[in-house]
Design a protein around this ligand. Structure first.
Ligand SMILES: *Cc1c(COP(=O)(O)O)cnc(C)c1O
Length: 414
């Protein structure tokens, strides 16, 4: 950062402080990760200077020969990685990928079924204050209260009664495998389309450690910056027949010029994800999450659904008397960064307070944390939560975190 330092000290200072924060804290936010130096370099390149409305070979600007080469490589790699007939790599984010999916398949006012926000669905799955909830008539399915897993029987009953045009699945806080084949079967039984949003699990799907929805869904949407470990962005997968609809939904219906520097970084990310080491990485992410869940249980915390199959864990704090917000703050002052999260069937806490916390292992696994560190982190989390007002315990945890972090360089920074 030699340029910012001299030209813009205020921003230099803040960015530098963020480097330090990322180095010196343990990041258990399930939707975050550390992208590689190559991804950062691509994203920070002069490709940001280029306008390229349109698609490779069909642009509305001159000088697009290099951009065309880059986007074509991104497309080819993305198709190979997800074994998909078509990919659009231009969505600026996961939310815009979902908007493109809806615009491709729905008319204003159509009926859609999505997973309830409080059971792990996303804002773009029909929340009233999101465009999805305003444009379409959504009803929400959720988990079985006993198993805390998706209630497929109830889902099927609701689908028959509601007759949706589209069913959307995928989640920000569901720790179990999703049965895409069963979703397809239910969608077919009512003649509905199926969109699967793999924003969180894209890396697991790419590596084959979570079943792929590509054979079952009409459209698959995703981010690139969560388990996939790429730049902040989105993409859409579909079969050939829907390619034109999806492409015209992204541009010109939703977006103008694509973020070409981010597409460059997506191409780099897809290459990294095609390496055998990426499969090993995702296997470790899942193993670390399973171990973290087991350890937290052993320390007396209640885990939603009793464990995890993927990269994330949802902890129900209702029995502890501590709110999600208190836990987030206390762990934050201990150097452990997490987010509070609603837990299913909890009617006592508003989302701003929340009755639980969500933990994920993608970022710590990118950093090389293994069994020993995960066990130690579980111990610290339980100690802080069960002694929520004890500043000495937080201080001790902060010191242990401070000793642990320098042993694990942050990819892309160190
Ligand atoms: C994160 C997420 C998104 C949205 O991604 P943004 O890039 O933040 O817009 C969409 N769907 C799900 C399930 C997510 O977890």
């Amino acid at each position: 950062m030699s340029f910012l330092k001299s030209t813009d000290p205020a921003i230099y200072h803040a960015v530098n402080s963020e480097y330090q924060r990322q180095r010196s804290t343990i990041n258990l936010i399930a939707s975050e990760n550390y992208s590689s130096a190559a991804v950062l370099e691509a994203q920070g390149s002069p490709l940001t200077n280029k306008y390229a409305e349109g698609y490779p070979g069909r642009r509305y600007y001159g000088g697009c020969e290099n951009v065309d080469a880059i986007e074509t490589i991104a497309i080819e790699r993305g198709k190979e990685l997800f074994r998909s007939e078509h990919i659009n790599v231009q969505p600026h984010s996961g939310a815009q990928a979902n908007m493109a999916a809806y615009f491709s398949l729905l008319k204003y006012g159509d009926r859609v079924m999505g997973m309830a926000l409080s059971h792990g669905g996303h804002l773009t799955h029909g929340a009233g204050f999101n465009f999805s909830g305003k444009f379409y008539e959504f009803i929400h399915y959720g988990l079985n209260p006993r198993t805390e897993r998706i209630d497929y029987v109830e889902l099927e009953r609701m689908a028959r009664e509601f007759q949706p045009v589209l069913i959307v699945t995928g989640s920000s806080a569901y720790p179990r495998l999703i049965d895409f084949e069963r979703f397809r079967f239910i969608a077919d039984s009512v003649n509905a389309k199926l969109v699967v949003d793999i924003a969180h699990i894209a890396g697991l799907v790419a590596a084959g450690v979570h079943p792929s929805p590509v054979p079952y869904a009409d459209i698959v949407t995703s981010t690139t910056h969560k388990t996939l470990r790429g730049p902040r962005g989105g993409f859409v997968l579909c079969r050939k027949e829907l390619a034109r609809k999806v492409d015209s939904a992204v541009f010109p219906m939703i977006q103008g010029g694509p973020l070409v520097h981010v597409i460059t970084a997506k191409a780099v990310c897809f290459k990294e994800a095609l390496e055998p080491s990426f499969v090993e990485y995702q296997e470790k992410v899942v193993a670390n999450a399973a171990l973290l869940a087991d350890e937290l249980k052993a320390h007396g915390l209640r885990i939603i659904s009793g464990g995890t199959d993927n990269h994330l864990i949802l902890v129900d704090l209702n029995e502890t008397g501590v709110t999600g917000r208190q836990a987030e703050d206390a762990l934050g002052s201990s150097g452990i960064v997490i987010n509070r999260n609603a837990v299913p069937f909890d009617t006592t806490h508003p989302p701003s307070i929340a009755g639980g916390i969500r933990l994920g292992t993608p970022a710590i696994t990118s950093r090389g944390f293994g069994e020993g560190e995960v066990k130690e982190i579980a111990r610290l989390i339980a100690a802080v939560i069960f002694n929520i007002n004890d500043d000495e315990i937080k201080q001790e945890a902060r010191e242990i975190v401070g000793q642990m972090c320098p042993r694990f360089p942050v990819p892309g920074i160190d």
